[in-house]
Design a protein around this ligand. Sequence first.
Ligand SMILES: Cc1cc2nc3c(=O)[nH]c(=O)nc-3n(C[C@H](O)[C@H](O)[C@H](O)COP(=O)(O)O)c2cc1C
Length: 185
Amino acid sequence: MSKVYTIAVLVGSLRKESINRKVALALAALAPANLRLNIVEIGDLPLYNEDIDGATPPAAYSTFRQQVSSSDAVLFVTPEYNRSVPAPLKNAIDVGSRPYGKSAWSGKPGAIISVSPGAIGGFGANHHLRQSLVFLDVPCMQQPEAYLGGAGSVFDESGTVSEKTQPFLQAFIDAYGQWVAKQKA
Ligand SMILES: Cc1cc2nc3c(=O)[nH]c(=O)nc-3n(C[C@H](O)[C@H](O)[C@H](O)COP(=O)(O)O)c2cc1C
């Protein structure tokens, strides 16, 4: 049997009814056999502050770093806030990047899907996030790019993905499965 890779999924919205969280769960259900997607929660991480990140960091920091470190790869599913990365997700990225020299992100194959009810599908957040991932040495899947616009109508009342969007999500997660396998080979 081919290797199965564990994927830490970071969702950029903390909202209970988040469309992004629904997309993350849909991707987990559609994932190819070589990927296991697990959402890593970011909502309880204290705002990053070097003063509290000494010999005994907050337990939430340590748990989060361990969850990312022990995963094979990372997948970001995020809305756009004011044309950029939502603060909770940027905070999680900063927490994972420390202590200096021991970043949890280094070398993890990544991918981004941005999701918005708006027309441009969170393009700004998607690309601002890519800028951080360059510095963090996360090799990020380039194609297919994934900007899911008009996302307010992606799910019906029962939570099922629309027929129009399902193939888009399937193509994205299948490509990511191939990308992760290639990077880890
Ligand atoms: C503070 C804030 C800023 C936002 N800025 C943008 C934006 O720049 N571009 C955009 O497409 N949507 C923006 N939105 C709308 C979000 O895309 C929308 O609320 C979306 O549903 C959030 O994702 P979620 O459903 O996963 O929570 C913003 C929402 C908030 C709360």
